[in-house]
Structure formats: C-alpha cells, structure tokens
Design a binder for this molecule. Structure first.
Ligand code: IYR
Length: 228
C-alpha cells in the first residue's frame, strides 16, 4: 500500500493534496474567480458552430466532480446533437411553453419575465450544437434490480449543474438553464428509465455573432450576506 494511503473504518483513504497558497494568493485567486464568473450570462441566441465532442466530455466530467449525497452521483447527462431529436424536443417544449405563456404562469410571473423578453418560441433548442438534458436519479438499481437509495438528490444535481455552467463559462462557451414546464416529455423522447426525472435542459454553444442579454444588476454583498 502506498504511504499516502490508509484504511479508516475498513475503507481506503488517500492523503488530500492541498494547494497551500499564501493568504495573498488566496485573495487574488478568489478575486480573479469572482471577476471571471461574474461575466457569465444566460444566453438565448446561439451560433450553430459545432463544438468538439471532446469539449463536452471535459465539461461533463467537470460537472460530475461535484459533491453528492453519500457520493452517489445521482445524475445522468443526456447529450443531444441529433438534429431530429433536437427538433422533437423543440416542438414538445414549445407546446408546453405556449400553454405556460397563455395563462399557466399567471400575471405576477409574466410581469417578472418582461425584463427577459422571453416568449414561447425556443429556436435555440435546434440551433445550439448540443443540448445537455440533465436527469436526476431518484434511486439507483443494483445489478440485480434492487432499489438503492440516493440522498439529497436535488441538492446534488443542482450543484453538479452549477459546476457544469461554471465549466462552460470557463471554456469560453455559453449556455442557458432552460426549464420547460412540465418536462416529462423529455423522459419519453429520450427513453429514460423509471428512476430518472428530468431536471434541467442546458443548450450549449458559441453565442450568435450579435447577442444581446438583459441589462441586469446583481445584488450587492450586503443584500445577499449576513455576518454573525
Ligand atoms: N420556462 C419559460 C419561462 C421562464 C421562466 C423563468 I422563472 C425564467 O427565468 C425564464 C423563463 C421559458 O423558458 O421561457
């Protein structure tokens, strides 16, 4: 056994290799990361320029490095590049969105969305080179088909999606966190098993040549943090 390994509770542990930066380096790196991630925007106008498949693999492995309840990694990322499947997803999503924008969302919700200028048309579902459809796994199945529990599934998959969005931004690409509602058509179109539920639909790509995003203001630190 390697010197950096030991058995605790009957299971192998490895030494955690911390970066051990100075306080000044940590201040600098935290500032740099904030400056970079603060440029991320939800984008709805995509170019159809292809993305190398390898990039998607790196992004998904970054997402899957997220912490999860009991390290169950309760997620499946469906990678859609097929034009015909994208078309079916667009048609089904627009059908639901049409209903949402024609009564289902209610007045306050419709007012809250005005600043985003969204409507039921979702062309990006066909234009973006890849759609990542994220499924959460309510439970797992053992090799003999017995149910195995997953824990904190929403938290885990939410964090993994956060990692994915950060990785996409770091790579220089753009994405949208899209939640057509209800989303069960995705289970059917992608033939997912009973233990999986659709969680988020994330188109990924390059932004269109000219892309406008809402002029949003983010909350200040004193609006989001309370110190004790
Ligand atoms: N799902 C709809 C509506 C929508 C809802 C919220 I909350 C948003 O932040 C944006 C849009 C749509 O995708 O258009």
């Amino acid at each position: 056994m390697n010197a950096q390994e030991k058995i605790i509770n009957g299971f192998p542990f490895i030494q955690y290799e911390a970066e051990r930066l100075s306080a000044d380096e940590i201040i600098q790196r935290s500032a740099d990361f904030y400056q970079s991630i603060n440029k991320r925007r939800s984008v709805r106008d995509f170019s159809n320029k292809p993305i190398p498949k390898e990039v998607i693999e790196h992004l998904l492995m970054a997402a899957s490095s997220a912490p999860s309840g009991a390290h169950k990694q309760p997620w499946t990322f469906c990678v859609v590049s097929s034009a015909s499947i994208k078309k079916q997803i667009r048609e089904a999503a627009e059908k639901e969105e049409y209903e949402s924008y024609h009564g289902r969302m209610g007045e306050e919700w419709m007012n809250d969305l005005k600043a985003l200028a969204t409507d039921w048309h979702k062309p990006f579902l066909e234009v973006a080179p890849y759609l990542i459809v994220v499924f959460k796994k309510a439970y797992d199945l053992s090799p003999t088909d017995e149910k195995r529990n997953n824990y904190y599934v929403n938290e885990s998959v939410g964090i993994a999606c956060g990692f994915l969005l950060a990785a996409i931004h770091y790579a220089g690409l753009v994405a949208l966190t899209h939640t057509p509602s209800p989303m069960n058509f995705l289970t059917r179109l992608l033939g997912r098993p009973d233990n999986e539920r659709p969680f988020l639909l994330i188109p990924i790509g390059y932004p269109a040549e000219e892309t406008f995003v809402p002029k949003l203001k983010r909350k200040a630190l004193n609006e989001i943090a309370v110190y004790y």
